[in-house]
Design a protein around this ligand. Structure first.
Ligand SMILES: [Zn+2]
Length: 268
C-alpha cells in the first residue's frame, strides 16, 4: 500500500548493506520503523529528512507493519538545534525519552505536535533553554499516565504544607508525614530517593509543576528559571521518569555530548 505521512526521526540505525532503519514518530501511524534504501542520501534539504530535528513528509510503502521510504521532503528544519551543544544535548534527551516512553504502532498525533512545538521553541530560544525540556518532559509524564497527584498529601490527605513528591508512590507528601517518615528510620524509598536529589528547601517543586503544566510552549518564550533552580527541577523530573521506566541512565547522558557541554560551559 502506498502511504504518505509526516514525522520526526527519533533514532537512526545503520544495518548491513548500507541500508538504514529510522524510528519515526508519525501523525497517522504512531511510532514506526522506516526502512531507508541503501545509498539514499537525498539532495540538499531532503537529506535532513532522514536525520533528527526536522519535520518531514515521507512517501513510501506499507506492507503489514513494515514501512519502506521512497522519498523524504523536509517541511521544517530545526537546524539551530544542531549548531549549539546545549540545544543539541537537550534535543537528544527529548527524542530519546520520546522513543523510550512510546510503543510502536500506538497512535498519538498529539505527541507529534508537542515534540514539534518543543523543537520549534528550542530552535528559536536564545537563553536558558532547559525550561523547554522540563516542560516537554512534563507532557511525556502526562502521556505515560503517571502525572503525580499534587492536590493533597497521598498519605494523610492534608491539602496544606505539601513538601515533596514521592517518586515511587507518585503523590505529594506533606511536612508532617515527611517528618514522621524520617523519624521512622528513613527506610522509606521515597524519602531515600528525595534525599539523593538534594533539592533545596526553598524550591517549591509542587507549585512549579502546577505552574508549568498550565503553560504552552509559546507562553514559555519569556519565562526564565534561575539556572540552579532549573537544574534541581530537571533532576527531579528526570529521576521521576527514569524510575518509572525502570532505567538508570539515558544514552544521551552517557555520550560525549555531556562532556562537550561541560567543556563549552568551562570555556564561557
Ligand atoms: Zn500527610
Amino acid at each position: 500500500m502506498q502511504v504518505s505521512f509526516d514525522g520526526l526521526v527519533l533514532k537512526r540505525t545503520q544495518i548491513v548493506g548500507g541500508k538504514s532503519l529510522l524510528t519515526v514518530l508519525t501523525d497517522d501511524f504512531g511510532k514506526i520503523t522506516l526502512g531507508v534504501p541503501a545509498g539514499y542520501v537525498g539532495k540538499g534539504r531532503s537529506s535532513l529528512g532522514i536525520k533528527t530535528f526536522s519535520l518531514t513528509r515521507y512517501d513510501g510503502y506499507k506492507h503489514g507493519n513494515i514501512f519502506n521510504m521512497s522519498r523524504a521532503q523536509v517541511i521544517e528544519s530545526f537546524f539551530h538545534i544542531g549548531q549549539d551543544v546545549e540545544k543539541f544535548y537537550l534535543g537528544s534527551v527529548a527524542v530519546e525519552l520520546t522513543d523510550l516512553t512510546t510503543l510502536e504502532g500506538e497512535k498519538n498525533p498529539r505527541l507529534l505536535s508537542l515534540l514539534t512545538e518543543f523543537m520549534k521553541a528550542l530552535n528559536d530560544r536564545d537563553k536558558d533553554p532547559l525550561i523547554l525540556l522540563i516542560a516537554y518532559e512534563l507532557h511525556l509524564i502526562d502521556n505515560m499516565g503517571i502525572m503525580p497527584q499534587l492536590d493533597k498529601c497521598g498519605i494523610c490527605g492534608n491539602e496544606k504544607s505539601l513538601k515533596l513528591i514521592g517518586i515511587s508512590s507518585g503523590h505529594a507528601i506533606c511536612n508532617k508525614c515527611h517528618d514522621e517518615l524520617k523519624r521512622s528510620g528513613n527506610n522509606n524509598i521515597d524519602i531515600q530517593i528525595w534525599n539523593n536529589l538534594k533539592i533545596s528547601e526553598d524550591f517549591d517543586i509542587i507549585e512549579s509543576i502546577k505552574y508549568l503544566k498550565r503553560l504552552e510552549f509559546k507562553d514559555l518564550k519569556n519565562i526564565r528559571l534561575k539556572a540552579d533552580k532549573a537544574e534541581e527541577f530537571q533532576s527531579f523530573i528526570r529521576r521521576y521518569i527514569l524510575y518509572h521506566l525502570n532505567i538508570e541512565e539515558l544514552k544521551s547522558d552517557a555520550l560525549d555530548i555531556k562532556r562537550l557541554l561541560n567543556d563549552s560551559h568551562d570555556g564561557r
